[in-house]
Design a protein around this ligand. Structure first.
Ligand SMILES: Cc1cc2nc3c(=O)[nH]c(=O)nc-3n(C[C@H](O)[C@H](O)[C@H](O)COP(=O)(O)OP(=O)(O)OC[C@H]3O[C@@H](n4cnc5c(N)ncnc54)[C@H](O)[C@@H]3O)c2cc1C
Length: 386
């Protein structure tokens, strides 16, 4: 394993970081205040991202992208974890992986417009009665002639307010198996304009501008042609991109932690109390040291995970380990930062409180910490099961 960055990788990382500082950071406070990205800022970021060659960088080559290997992609995603996510999303660097399952007319209708940044998707799995227990969802798709009628409620769906269509997972039937009845899950492509589909905002204290929503489905009718992938294969279809999503989230956590740390060490090295800089007190200095070690470990785990993906060695345990460690790590780093900034860490004029709030979600979405711990423990202990 060689974790050194090549000349090209370093150039990409440096130019991305420069772009974030120049084009994204200056808008963060405004987006936080408004809870949305104004259209003119969105368009400006899009245009500048395209001009700088970042548009579509996460796409495979066959879809016009850079075809980056995972190590390069995760280095780039680490940098893109630094700015607030609603702004980095405006760069249009790729599409939700499951959309590559589009076939026939779906390619023209959903995949290509999503690649071009003309149509945006949201992904709807979670429900009021089923989050971690994803197989507990009850949103129902019932056969009706040549199509389906969908009823149910989805909760916490990110960015469905600004999306043009929703990738929705529903229960499309129940199979009798030797282990008892098992639900069939199917992914559907639902245009937001469909009669019976309603999106309502939820007010979250995290990632303002990339807002969670409720999605209500009341007798929403769709033809067979709106099935994404195969009927009954909804989870398998979504799971194909599971590892990529978990490692990308971990890379974002490392990047965000690095940004928090840069601000914190500067503060610790310049803020004075009792005639010294606060970093000279062991109580603060040790926190700085622990933050540095924590971030380094997270970064190494992401690098190893990316290397594993490039070499076909990734598995569920490794994906959960990196996700679990990095999401807990960024919150520890953010919490230490608040402590080192003191009262100023909680003032809205400073971004530290926002980093702290935003870091909290990483331990919940893409699998809660407890679910990752559970998966890791199960995988380790499976051989000993009686
Ligand atoms: C801001 C935000 C954006 C989101 N965006 C999306 C989105 O775009 N699309 C989407 O589909 N979903 C989205 N989600 C939902 C997210 O994936 C869920 O919140 C997450 O899966 C946890 O589900 P839950 O909130 O229902 O918690 P629950 O599943 O009810 O869990 C509550 C607590 O119980 C614990 N717990 C549950 N089961 C176990 C177990 N077996 N062992 C130990 N502990 C357990 C959990 O770890 C947690 O601490 C989003 C959530 C938020 C907050």
């Amino acid at each position: 394993m060689d974790f050194g960055l090549s000349f090209e990788q370093q150039a990409l990382v440096d130019s991305l970081e420069e772009f974030c500082k120049r084009e994204l950071y200056p808008h963060e406070s405004l987006v936080e205040e408004l809870r949305y990205v104004p259209a003119e800022i969105k368009q400006e970021i899009r245009r500048k991202s395209r001009d700088a060659g970042f548009e579509g960088m996460n796409l495979p080559e066959e879809w016009g992208g850079a075809g980056l290997d995972k190590q390069t992609k995760m280095e780039a995603e680490r940098v893109l974890g630094k700015p607030s996510s609603p702004l980095s999303q405006c760069m249009n660097r790729g599409v939700t992986g499951i959309l590559f399952k589009c076939k026939g007319e779906q390619i023209e209708e959903y995949l290509l417009p999503a690649i071009r940044g003309e149509r945006k998707d949201a992904f709807a799995l979670t429900e009021p009665g089923a989050g971690s227990d994803a197989r507990g969802i009850v949103t129902k798709a019932e056969r009706n002639g040549n199509g389906w009628v969908i009823n149910g409620v989805k909760q916490f769906i990110s960015a469905a307010d600004i999306a043009d269509f929703i990738i929705l997972i529903a229960v499309s039937g129940v199979d009798d198996t030797p282990k008892g009845p098992r639900k069939r899950f199917t992914a559907f492509l639902l245009d937001k304009s469909l009669p019976g589909l309603r999106v309502e905002p939820m007010k979250s204290i995290v990632t303002r501008g990339y807002n969670p929503t409720m999605v209500y489905l009341d007798n929403v009718r769709v033809p067979d042609s709106k099935i994404l992938g195969e009927e009954g294969q909804g989870f398998n279809t979504a799971n194909e991109w599971l590892y990529d999503g978990r490692v990308a989230l971990s890379a974002h956590c490392v990047g965000r932690a690095e940004r928090i740390f840069d601000m914190t060490k500067e503060w610790a090295g310049s803020r004075k109390a009792f005639g010294k800089t606060i970093g000279e007190f062991q109580g603060v200095g040790f926190k700085v040291a622990n933050m540095a070690v924590d971030i380094k470990l997270g970064d190494l785990m992401v690098k190893e995970a990316a290397w594993k993906m490039d070499n076909g060695l990734m598995d569920r345990t490794a994906a959960s380990m990196v996700n679990y460690y990095c999401s807990e790590m960024v919150f520890r780093v953010a919490d230490n930062a608040v402590q080192i900034f003191g009262g100023m860490g909680l003032m809205e004029d400073f971004p530290i409180q926002r980093f702290w709030r935003d870091a909290r979600i990483e331990r919940i979405w893409e699998g809660t910490s407890e679910i990752h711990q559970d998966l890791i423990a199960k995988d380790i202990l499976r051989p000993y099961r009686q």
